[in-house]
Ligand binder design. Structure first.
Ligand code: SAH
Ligand code: SF4
Length: 369
């Protein structure tokens, strides 16, 4: 199977083709002009185009399914070259706004939620991705391709700024090398030009890898999936907590290089009768004291056979009020795409019959975009 050219940073590409400025041109064709074949790279000599075509594939993903939500969220199921599937989501954080003359006053704000692995090793008891076990890591190009394919599919102009959250399937820090390469490729000004500050890595808390990511000094944000304030419950939810407990995560976060104006995000999955009580809120305030933190409360999203229940809106609001009254910044995650299958792994696993399926027009991908 041919390697995808999206696996390469511009510098890596420049090492294999001479003269090196060709790498910049090729990046432009791929990430700005959205070409579907090497053949279309007009200012690249024919022999070089042929050589590239023999060595590399261009787009490693094929759209298998798309689901549209009322709020503009689009969830994608992509097939990889080996037939395995992964999910990515396009979120519209703000809608496009126009004035009475039809002039654009605000551009839509896009965030893409990407996967980093097929499956996941961490095995959280509330997570559907975990149920299928772990299959394999994604290559850098397979991570980068999710954003590129979504930009192409939605005719999003190359120059539009996007945000990335590594919150799809998989544990990003369990695939650290490929994640770091993908971050670099995303950042490249000759490519998608998504700066590190626009990229947020969400982790279930592999403390030693949080340190490693920090040492790489890539400039990305981190979000910690905390979900519990004591090790007993956290170990039930996230078995890996036995090896990397809450204290070790807090220590790692304190060592992480953070833009002084920014805050570290702590995600707290709220589960009915498990961690939605005010005593937990009180412990959370204590745990995060001394950290520039922001808490994002997430409603547990049930799925058929899930062992937990969704919390009530009132317990969620009371929890939030407690945190705010005690000096913590706290938001409740808007359930984007709640009418589709919001949490990770839920599109892939959902029964096909019960799903409002929209078969994607695969034509450009099948031709080998
Ligand atoms: N592995 C990383 C990133 C992917 S999971 C991590 O755990 O942080 C991304 C987010 O989806 C996590 O915060 C996780 O808690 C959340 N999630 C998983 N299953 C969910 C469910 N059933 N309902 C709501 N959120 C869920
Ligand atoms: Fe893996 Fe994140 Fe799901 Fe846990 S929540 S199993 S770490 S993808």
């Amino acid at each position: 199977m041919k390697k995808t050219i999206l696996d390469l940073t511009k510098e890596e590409l420049a090492q294999s083709i001479k003269p090196a400025f060709r790498a910049k041109q090729i990046f432009g064709w791929i990430y700005h002009s959205y070409v579907k074949s090497f053949e279309q790279m007009q200012n690249i000599p024919k022999a070089m185009r042929q050589e590239l075509d023999e060595k590399y594939s261009l787009m490693p993903l094929e759209i298998v399914k798309k689901e549209y939500s009322e709020d503009g969220t689009i969830k994608y199921l992509f097939a990889l070259p080996d037939g395995k599937t992964i999910e990515a989501v396009l979120l519209r954080m703000k809608e496009e706004e126009k004035d009475e003359n039809g002039e654009l006053t605000q551009q839509a704000k896009y965030t893409v939620c990407v996967s980093t692995q097929v499956g996941c090793k961490v095995g959280c008891t509330f997570c559907l991705t975990a149920k299928g076990g772990f299959t394999r890591d994604l290559t850098p190009g397979e991570i980068v391709a999710q954003v590129l394919a979504i930009k192409i599919d939605n005719d999003i102009p190359a120059a539009r700024r996007m945000n990335i959250v590594y919150m799809g399937m998989g544990e990003p820090l369990d695939n650290l090398e490929n994640l770091a390469t993908a971050i670099q490729i995303f950042k490249d000004e000759d490519g998608l030009a998504i700066g590190a500050k626009r990229q947020t890595v969400s982790t279930s808390g592999l403390s030693s890898k949080i340190d490693k990511l920090g040492q790489m000094d890539l400039g990305v944000h981190i979000a910690i999936s905390l979900h519990a304030v004591d090790d007993e419950l956290r170990s039930e939810l996230i078995p890996m907590n036995k090896a990397y407990n809450i204290a070790s995560i807090i220590e790692a976060v304190k060592r992480f290089p953070i833009d002084t104006r920014k805050r570290v995000m702590f995600e707290y999955l709220v589960i009915k009768d498990k961690n939605d009580d005010l005593l937990s809120a009180k412990k959370l305030v204590k745990l995060l004291s001394g950290i520039k933190a922001k808490v994002n409360l997430i409603f547990f999203n049930p799925y058929p056979g899930s062992p937990y229940e969704r919390p009530s809106v009132s317990s969620m609001v009371k929890f939030q009020e407690y945190l705010i009254n005690h000096g913590l910044l706290c938001t409740i995650r808007q359930s984007k795409g709640i009418d589709i299958s919001a949490a990770c792994g839920q599109l892939k696993e959902k029964d096909q019959d019960e799903m409002r399926l929209i078969e994607a027009d695969n034509a450009p991908y099948k031709k080998g975009l």
